[in-house]
Every structure is written in structure tokens, then in C-alpha cells.
Design a protein around this ligand. Structure first.
Ligand SMILES: [Fe+2]
Ligand SMILES: [Fe+2]
Length: 328
């Protein structure tokens, strides 16, 4: 029986681990309703050797029911690359971005689950490892800029900048940094159910209704995470408070600095910094990190937690100091 478009999901070819046994069938779209198998489950992946590789490389299709299998294989293969000390940093970030995209697609199509939590923890731990190996802001920013998918670039960049701020504050406890990284990777999970047409609209063009709907993503993120047990409270706080600010002019609650979780203050600043420094639908003219700090300080009136802002400034001025240890 022919496969129906409703049973399939489009994925970039990078989701599929090269040269291993395919965990499910892979399809190419001939027309709106006609798909052909280009790789069968149980056979070895060999797409690069196909003479029509150029045609298929932008998007192939897999069955929605196979997403988990492809995503698990991707995580497994990425974990091998992350363990390899000889693998260059750009390869690690590239693999990590595609793995993150596959995990996010999985969450989008099948919902958040214990398995997604495990996979997201792997991503967060890997982001932390990348920073431990390469704590250099300019290099990390240029690696982030090479990631084409906006939501992936944003989540990874916010996670990296959050870790840099946290380390600059002297927070060096591994499990604490892992929670910040995890919360930052998941901070916009509430947007997962929003239609692409809505998310592709610049926020400057939103109506009051659109804005209210958009701002609900912080609450929605918490509701999504609540469906799975054992999400650390710190991660919940980050997701719910990443649009709050120190002066109480953020959303959804307008909570002031003293009431905000210390990790939320870090991620809120990292989020604002990344929105200014990376190109996306809301920002066609990204600025460099120095200008971003200048804008936050003088145009926005520095509404974020003061210590976090100073810590980020120090990252730009001095890089990360490795030795300091401070308990939150
Ligand atoms: Fe957000
Ligand atoms: Fe964000």
C-alpha cells in the first residue's frame, strides 16, 4: 500500500546518521501525494553515492512512527563524536545542532516525554562540554552563526551564553551548570505548538492579540514540561521566567529581581543578548556583542540583574576566569 503524506515527516538529510543501518524507511517526495523509498529499513545508508543525491539532500521523509528510532540513533552517534577529543569543535557543534533539530522535531511531532528529557539532557551536557573545551565567545558566536535553523541556533546560543555568564559569575558546580544549560535549551519549548506562519511573522508586526498569544509561551512551556516527572525546579523556573526582568517590566508576571530564580536572571539576559546579536525573523541587522551590551545598558536602560550584566560584560572584556568558585 502506498504511504500517505500524513504519515510522513520531512527531515533534513543530516538527521540520518551516515553509513549505518537505517532504523526505518527513507522516502523522497515525487509529488504532493507520491513518495518513493530511497532507503529501506535494515539496509545501509548510502545516499551520497546516489546519482540524484543533489535532488534529495534538502529534505527527505521518514515515517512519524520512526522518528524516535532515527532520533535515538542520532543521539547515540553524536555522543560518540562528543567523546572524541580529536574531533574538531566545528564538527561537534554541527553534529550537535542536527541532533538538537532531530530531538526538537521529535518533541514537536510526538510531544515531550521522558525520552525527550533524556535526549535534551544529552544536548545540554554537550553544550557544556563545548564551552569547557572552548570558552571563547567570538569563536562560539561564529560557530552558532553557521547553524541555519533559527530555533536551533537560538536555543543553543542562549544555552552557551547562559553558561558563559554563569561561569563568569564564578558558578563552577557541574550539576548547577547542567541545569542552567538544560533550562536554556528548553526555554522556548512553549513555542513548540505555535504555527510556523505565526512564528515567521516579525514581532514588530504583531497585533495586541498576537502579542498576548506569543507571551503565553512562557506559561505553556511549564505546562508542557509538567507532563513529565522529575524536571528540576530550576529548569521550570527558567522556562517560566525567561522573559521577566529585574525591574518588573517583563512577562508573564512582571516579577521583580528579588523574587526571580537566580538562573532565570542569567537566561533572561542571555536571551536578550542573543536576540540582538543573531540574525532572525525579528532582527535583520544583528549587532556585535559590544554593541549589544551598549544597547542593553543605554537604550534599554539595563533592565536585567546587575551582577549578571557585569558578568556578561566581563566575558567580553576578559573571557572566562576558570579558577573562581562561588556557591549560589
Ligand atoms: Fe521566549
Ligand atoms: Fe528565547
Amino acid at each position: 500500500m502506498a504511504i500517505s503524506a500524513a504519515d510522513l515527516v520531512s527531515v533534513p538529510i543530516e538527521y540520518i546518521v551516515p553509513n549505518v543501518t537505517l532504523p526505518g524507511d527513507v522516502y523522497f517526495k515525487l509529488s504532493e501525494s507520491h513518495f518513493v523509498i530511497i532507503g529501506r529499513e535494515g539496509t545501509r545508508e548510502h545516499f551520497k553515492s546516489l546519482h540524484f543525491y543533489e535532488k534529495i539532500k534538502d529534505a527527505v521523509f521518514i515515517k512519524k512512527t520512526d522518528l524516535r528510532k532515527f532520533s535515538s540513533l542520532k543521539v547515540l552517534s553524536a555522543s560518540e563524536i562528543m567523546k572524541n577529543d580529536d574531533a574538531p569543535i566545528d564538527q561537534k557543534v554541527d553534529v550537535l545542532s542536527h541532533t538538537m533539530a532531530s530531538v526538537f522535531t521529535n518533541i514537536q511531532e510526538l510531544g515531550f516525554s521522558n525520552e525527550s528529557l533524556g535526549n535534551t539532557k544529552f544536548i545540554a551536557g554537550s553544550v557544556l562540554k563545548v564551552i569547557n573545551d572552548t570558552p571563547k565567545l567570538s569563536l562560539l558566536m561564529s560557530l552558532m552563526n553557521s547553524i541555519s535553523a533559527e530555533i536551533i541556533r537560538h536555543s543553543m546560543a542562549v544555552s552557551m551564553i547562559s553558561i558563559l555568564i554563569a561561569k563568569s559569575k564564578g558558578w563552577n558546580n557541574q550539576s548547577l551548570l547542567e541545569k542552567i544549560a538544560l533550562g536554556a535549551v528548553l526555554h522556548d519549548i512553549g513555542l513548540k505548538e505555535y504555527p510556523a506562519e505565526f512564528l515567521n511573522k516579525p514581532r514588530a508586526s504583531y497585533t495586541a492579540e498576537d502579542l498576548e498569544y506569543y507571551q503565553r509561551h512562557a506559561f505553556r512551556g511549564i505546562e508542557i514540561l509538567k507532563t513529565v516527572e522529575n524536571i528540576p525546579d530550576e529548569v521550570m523556573a527558567i522556562v517560566g521566567e525567561h522573559h521577566e526582568n529585574a525591574i518588573g517590566q517583563g512577562y508573564p508576571r512582571g516579577t521583580r529581581d528579588v523574587r526571580l530564580h537566580p538562573f532565570s536572571k542569567v537566561v533572561a539576559l542571555a536571551d536578550a543578548f542573543c536576540e540582538l546579536t543573531f540574525k532572525d525573523v525579528n532582527n535583520q541587522n544583528p549587532v556585535d556583542p559590544d554593541q549589544a551590551l551598549h544597547i542593553i545598558e543605554f537604550s534599554l536602560g539595563q533592565p536585567f540583574n546587575k551582577e549578571c550584566f557585569v558578568a556578561l560584560k566581563n566575558v567580553l572584556l576578559n573571557g572566562i576566569k576558570r579558577a573562581s568558585v562561588k556557591i549560589v
